[in-house]
Design a binder for this molecule. Sequence first.
Ligand SMILES: Nc1ncnc2c1ncn2[C@@H]1O[C@H](COP(=O)(O)OP(=O)(O)OP(=O)(O)O)[C@@H](O)[C@H]1O
Ligand SMILES: [Mg+2]
Length: 112
Amino acid sequence: MKFIIAIIKPFKLDEVREALSGLGVAGMTVSEVKGFGRQKGQTEIYRGAEYSTNMLPKVKLEIAASDDMAAQIVETIQQTASTEAIGDGKIFVLDLASAVRIRTGESGEPAL
Ligand SMILES: Nc1ncnc2c1ncn2[C@@H]1O[C@H](COP(=O)(O)OP(=O)(O)OP(=O)(O)O)[C@@H](O)[C@H]1O
Ligand SMILES: [Mg+2]
């Protein structure tokens, strides 16, 4: 299994979520976060306002996925979250050692 962490522009969330639902992604966690990249958060446009603070609002997606699905998920996020402008975000992929579905006690891929 893989654990995918994606940092995207907030206004792209709905589009990315819909594309991932279309792939059959069973669940995800979404958080509002702040961060900076290479431009150190300078002068990006966010909801029409130009931000010049060091930390810009972003959305973090966390998705646990089977090895089979992971590459497709990463590709879909990359394609849907892209505006081809700075600040589009990053995708990190980690190996996931275990997962447990609390209600049933299932573990591993059946828990996802
Ligand atoms: N190396 C990193 N580690 C952790 N989070 C990062 C890293 N780089 C970027 N991020 C997160 O991703 C968000 C968006 O980064 P961003 O897309 O600006 O990266 P970048 O490398 O500057 O690329 P670009 O030149 O396209 O802007 C940041 O605000 C931060 O939350
Ligand atoms: Mg940047």
